[in-house]
Every structure is written in C-alpha cells, then in structure tokens.
Design a protein around this ligand. Structure first.
Ligand code: CXF
Ligand code: ZN
Length: 372
C-alpha cells in the first residue's frame, strides 16, 4: 500500500516566470495509473513554449515531457507494469481502445486529444500538490519532478539494460524527427532531402534521412553553429539562408533540378513551411510538417500544386505508436544502431533547470538532460 511521497520538483507558478524548486506531495496512483521515480528528463522546446504561457500552459504546473524512470507503485487493476520496471514517460498514449488505435493506421490516440492538454488526470483531478495548491500536469506526463503519476498508457516499459539518462530522449525529440523521415516521408534510397531547422527534431530528421540512405541531405538553419553536428549525423550539405542572395526555396530548386524529393519543416513557422513546400519537386515531392506551428495560422496552397503531384503530410511523434514502437527504438540504441549521445550536449541537476531553459532559448545546446 503506497502513500503520499514528498519530493523535489520544479514548479511553474505563473506564465513566463522562472521555475522554482519546491517540495511537492505526490499522491499514490489511482486505477489505471502508475507512480514513477523519474531518473532523467530532457528539456524540449515545447516545454519552454508552454511555460511562457503563450500556448497550452496551465499554472501552477509541472512541465517536462521527455522522461525516463522506474515504476515505484501501481494503481489498482494495473497488470502490465510493476514496481521496478524501467519505463519511458511519453506524452502520446497508445490506449489500444480508441477508434484511432483500433484502426491501427495512425498514431494520434484519441486519449491524447481528449485528456492530453487538460493538465489533469483522466478523472479530472491532479496527483500533485504544493503549498496546499493543486498542480497541473503537462501533457499527462510532468517530468521536472522526482516522482510523477501518469496513466499506464503514457508509460512504456523498456529494456532494463538501457541507460535511462540517455533513453529519455526517445520520449519526444529523437523519434519525432527520426520517424518523420522513416515513417511519415518514407524517404527513398538515393533521394534528395532538405531539412529546415536544426534543433534536436531537425537533427533527428537528418539522422532518419541518412538511415534511409538519401543521397543528398541539405541541412538548413540560420545558426551556422548547428552545421558541425548536422554533418556528423549525415548531412551532405549545410546552408544558412541568411548567407544566400535568394530565398532558400529558389536555391534548392536551382541546385536540385527543380526541387528536392523530400522537405521537412522542423521549426513551426509559416515562413519556413511555405519555403519547405516551395522547395519540393513537382510530380512527387513530399513536404513533411514536423514543427508545431501556431494554431491560429493556416496554410495557403494553390490546389494545382497538389494536382501536379506535390504533397504535404503532417507528422506527429514521427508516426510512431508509443507502446508498439518505442521499445524497439530503445533496443536499437542498446545494440549501437541508433545514436542518442550526439544529441546530449549538456547534463544538469534539477536545481539548474532555469539555466537549461536559457541555453535552449539561445540555441546554445541540442539537448540538456536533467538527472534527477
Ligand atoms: C508536442 C507539443 C504540443 C502538441 C503535441 C506535440 N510536442 C512535443 O514536444
Ligand atoms: Zn517535446
């Protein structure tokens, strides 16, 4: 029988304010839930965007959604997980019961659509309090805390041999880009690719294009400091649009006989989306949207562009189904077939989380892993 656990967490009390390290109380898991001792968490740009209060954020809240950990206790009726299991904490559930999961084609489990952004558990309540106040969760995860409670559907059991301080990156950033190239685009051997934006997502996309044996991978960013790591992960060319005397799409059309076969937008800006679509070849070019763009903006496409064979596809979590596919990615990492280490440029303690946020905002890191 488990009880309330008191532990440290980084609490966001108000939109746009620095996180405060506090003592919080974490309730035992209810039916269909597990309590996890968080071992490590990455910091993803979606955390920063939400903490700023401009999108999705609920306050007071505990952010962080790229976590790994060990099950501490399980709620009633939980049979697939037990204390001691090593898990990844994922924002995208795979409930196996909703219409989308049952159909098995896409990965956007309706549990995420329904509960993912409420900041509360499925029963409409919170499991964490601080100074007597209920604390919202973030996308059903919350990993900037030593203990968290999540639905079993947001918890993926993984190979216990895998180092949790590295595999946490498989909870969001790396699969999102890697799968964008492999699953969503299905990049063909010998094809040409352009990747817009070289944060962790864009770099993982470069790695995915390389894994699919693309012949050319053009890595694009307005920060040329990103080019070294992009090359390490497989980029054949690196371009800073600021150094061109023409729009990047014109440059790609000029240098790739009318455009590239695949383009990937990993920024989430309308301007880069338009350039990414403009840069693909007529006939079969595919533009993959990975970056999360503002929800009040729409894409304008001249229909004939689609009729002549250009297409746009969206990609969410790299098209991976979390329960089915993420354990396999963990095994690939354990077998030395998937690079996660290159993405980890910094490691910090929870106390230094505000420094980690500043580093990412300033484009000075790829991923900082917080070890709890
Ligand atoms: C999220 C951002 C919020 C919508 C779902 C995808 N990406 C994770 O970083
Ligand atoms: Zn993320």
């Amino acid at each position: 029988m488990s009880n309330i656990i008191k532990c440290r967490a980084a609490v966001s009390w108000k939109a746009g304010e620095k996180l405060i390290i506090e003592e919080v109380e974490v309730s035992p898991p209810k039916s269909g839930e597990v309590r996890v001792k968080v071992v490590a968490t990455g910091l993803c740009f979606s955390d920063i965007a939400s903490i700023s209060g401009k999108v999705r954020g609920k306050f007071p809240g505990i952010y962080g959604h790229e976590g790994s950990g060990i099950i501490e206790s399980v709620g009633e009726d939980v049979t697939n997980l037990q204390p001691g299991d090593h898990v990844l904490i994922v924002f995208l559930p795979q409930c196996r019961k909703c219409r989308v999961c049952v159909a098995g084609v896409g990965n956007a489990c309706l549990d995420f659509m329904k509960y993912g952004l409420t900041g509360l558990m499925k029963d409409g309540t919170s499991r964490i309090t601080c100074r007597g106040q209920e604390i919202y969760n973030f996308m059903g995860t919350s990993t900037f805390t030593e203990y968290t409670v999540v639905s079993v559907n947001n918890c993926v059991k993984i190979n216990p041999q895998a180092p949790l301080e590295k595999t946490c990156l498989l909870s969001c950033g790396v699969p999102t880009g890697y799968g964008g190239a492999i699953n969503s685009a299905k990049v063909r051997e010998g094809s040409t690719c352009a990747v817009f934006g070289l944060g962790a997502i864009g770099l993982a996309t470069v790695m995915g294009c390389h894994a699919m044996k693309a012949s050319k991978i053009v890595a694009i960013d307005i920060n040329s400091d990103k080019f070294e790591i992009a090359k390490k992960l497989g980029a054949t060319d690196c371009v800073n649009p600021k150094e061109l005397d023409m729009p990047i799409a014109d440059y790609l059309k000029k240098n790739f006989q009318g455009g590239v076969d695949f383009s990937f937008e990993c920024v989430g800006l309308m301007e880069t989306i338009n350039q990414a679509f403009d840069s693909i070849i007529i006939g079969h070019g595919v533009c993959v949207l990975i970056g999360i763009a503002p929800s009040d903006k729409t894409i304008n496409i001249v229909p004939v562009q689609l009729q002549v064979g250009k297409s746009v596809v969206g990609s969410f979590y790299g098209g991976y189904k979390t329960q089915d596919d993420i354990p396999r990615l963990v095994d690939q990492f354990v077998d030395g077939k998937l690079d996660l280490e290159s993405f980890i440029t910094h490691q910090m303690r929870l106390e230094d989380i505000n420094d980690a946020i500043d580093l990412l905002k300033d484009g000075k890191c790829i991923r900082t892993v917080i070890n709890l």
